[in-house]
Design a protein. Structure first.
Ligand SMILES: NC(=O)c1ccc[n+]([C@@H]2O[C@H](COP(=O)([O-])OP(=O)(O)OC[C@H]3O[C@@H](n4cnc5c(N)ncnc54)[C@H](O)[C@@H]3O)[C@@H](O)[C@H]2O)c1
Length: 270
């Protein structure tokens, strides 16, 4: 059921690769709620992914941009404002990639060039996105910027490797830029810390199936799905959450507040 929560709002959605992507589900929900947006992804993902199908379903234009390139981002923001016919009310940063994880490098043998890439793509790009939005004066007052993160920023999940550092950077940027953007333009900035979700980025982590089942068992409500996450993002883009900023919002079925569950005790009882 749609509530027209985003009627008249304009924005940019980063990171829809295929129908499993959290950004893909979010684009469909935002459209359903009356929002207008452009879609963007790295040029390489344009060739591998199915973003054109999504663009057709949402009547949205695609503007390729590598989120680590300031030049690409400047074009993206400027073009988006032109295409959508006005300044922006929401931005979704749904981007993550670690070459070390992708190539199964152990944490004690990281390639540091790749580590820097992980930080740039998955963390610093969030700063670049907001700095570009500020410099191009692309945001409306009371706009909302959301990035997706994972609890490995606070607690260790060994196979998450250098992505844990990238997420810690991302969450810290949300606080620092959130302060600046609130003072400058009343724009709010938050991260949503999502349950493990079956997507390309998610299943790139080794042992992801076990990871997923463990989180499900440890969450009294179970794992939050990509659809659930899309709904939460819509809420964060809407005027119903206008005083929430600089927060890392747990969207995990209760995982982060749970010590142990009966399900796990049963499973471990000898
Ligand atoms: N899947 C999970 O278990 C899970 C859990 C918590 C948080 N997250 C986060 O959710 C976000 C979305 O991931 P997803 O799970 O939907 O997977 P996904 O693989 O569908 O999305 C990741 C996206 O990042 C894009 N990307 C990679 N490098 C880029 C670059 N240089 N420039 C622009 N885009 C680039 C990819 O093309 C892809 O579209 C990520 O930040 C991820 O870390 C995922």
């Amino acid at each position: 059921m749609a509530y027209n929560l985003l009627k008249g709002k304009r924005g940019i959605i980063f990171g829809a690769l295929d129908e499993n992507s959290i950004a893909w589900k979010t684009a469909l929900k935002v459209k359903e709620e009356g929002g207008l947006f452009t879609l963007t992804n790295a040029p390489i993902a344009m060739r591998m992914g199915k973003i054109k199908e999504l663009a057709a379903a949402c009547q949205a234009e695609i503007i390729p941009a590598d989120a680590t390139s300031e030049e690409d981002l400047q074009t993206l923001f400027t073009r988006s404002v032109e295409i959508l016919g006005g300044k922006l009310d929401f931005v979704l940063h749904s981007i993550g990639m670690s070459p070390n994880v992708r190539k199964d490098k152990p944490y004690g043998d990281l390639n540091y060039e790749w580590f820097l890439k992980t930080l740039d793509i998955s963390g610093i790009s969030f700063h670049k996105v907001m700095q570009t939005a500020e410099k191009t004066d692309a945001m409306n007052e009371w706009g909302s910027v959301v990035a997706l993160t994972y609890i490995a920023a606070q607690r260790t999940f060994p196979d998450y490797s250098d992505m844990a550092q990238a997420k810690a950077v991302l969450e810290s940027i949300a606080r620092s830029y959130g302060y600046r953007f609130a003072k400058l333009k009343k724009v709010r900035v938050n991260t949503i810390s999502q349950s493990p979700t079956m997507t390309t980025a998610g299943s790139g982590i080794s042992g992801f199936d076990v990871f997923f089942d463990y989180a499900k068992m440890m969450s009294p409500l179970g794992n939050a799905s990509a659809e659930d996450c899309a709904n939460y993002i819509v809420l964060m883009f809407s005027d119903l959450s206008r005083m929430v900023t600089m927060q890392n919002l747990m969207h995990d079925g209760g995982f982060s507040s749970t010590g142990i569950t009966e399900d796990l005790i049963k499973r471990l009882t000898k």
